[in-house]
Ligand binder design. Structure first.
Ligand SMILES: Cc1cc2nc3c(=O)[nH]c(=O)nc-3n(C[C@H](O)[C@H](O)[C@H](O)COP(=O)(O)O)c2cc1C
Length: 223
């Protein structure tokens, strides 16, 4: 009888010990939260942020394989520059500005003055104003846009300086201009004749505020 009681007591003790141990395991404390940066706090699961999958509408169309595009322009008052930049953005093209060694002042640009620099330059087809911008290598360009303002119905003489200074090889050359209202006239042909190289396409006149949609349609029509 005494042995049975001792056995029962030991069994009870063992059971109590087991229960106590189980209770201890479940109440162990959680690790204290670590301090984290605001950025990390927002990213609660620590997985990397997903990449931005929205299409980037500002990315120009990728140039077709082997097609390298350059937009060259001269602009005395910024109008042609604006159009050139839009064409370059649409084409994913490089941009090169023709700057005169001697910048054109407001007085130089006064077409009401028969003695102004531009009136005199445009009155003499042999004048070749000096270019001040760093020379560019046309090597590798297969399509070259050339933009300028219309002065006295024609290309500024500095455009002739430019085309006579370079070999356009077999590149497709596309003249474009801005003006008060006049068309491109014979400017594209004059430039092609003076260049003596390149495959020159028919040029086109744009107003300063031309839309990207109009330019896009024009560019697509050239290809
Ligand atoms: C000296 C000079 C002559 C111009 N001659 C003409 C012209 O014959 N026909 C015309 O429509 N606009 C003419 N314009 C206006 C420019 O072609 C027009 O303002 C052009 O968009 C300016 O471009 P830019 O800002 O890139 O220099 C003339 C402007 C200047 C300064």
């Amino acid at each position: 009888m005494k042995t049975r009681l001792v056995k029962l007591c030991s069994l009870l003790l063992a059971l109590m010990l087991l229960l106590a141990l189980a209770a201890c395991g479940s109440s162990s404390p959680e690790p204290a939260p670590q301090p984290q940066s605001e950025e990390a706090a927002q990213n609660t699961d620590n997985t990397p942020e997903p990449a931005d999958t929205e299409p980037d509408t500002t990315t120009p169309e990728p140039a077709a394989a082997g097609r390298e595009v350059l937009v060259v322009y001269f602009s005395a008052t910024g109008t042609t520059r604006g159009v050139a930049e839009k064409i370059a953005a649409l084409e994913g093209a490089d941009l090169y500005e023709i700057k005169a060694s001697q910048e054109y002042t407001d007085a130089d640009l006064n077409w009401n003055d028969s003695g102004s620099r531009t009136t005199k330059e445009q009155g003499d087809k042999s004048v070749r104003p000096e270019i001040g911008s760093e020379p560019i290598s046309l090597q590798g360009y297969t399509t070259i846009y050339i933009g300028f303002p219309i002065w006295w119905g024609e290309e500024p003489r500095i455009m002739d300086t430019f085309v006579e200074s370079y070999d356009f090889g077999g590149a497709t050359v596309i003249p474009f201009c801005t003006s008060g209202s006049g068309g491109i006239g014979s400017s594209g042909r004059n430039l092609a004749d003076n260049a003596g190289s390149g495959n020159w396409l028919e040029g086109r006149r744009f107003s300063g505020g031309v839309s990207e949609a109009v330019l896009r349609a024009w560019i697509d029509g050239l290809k």
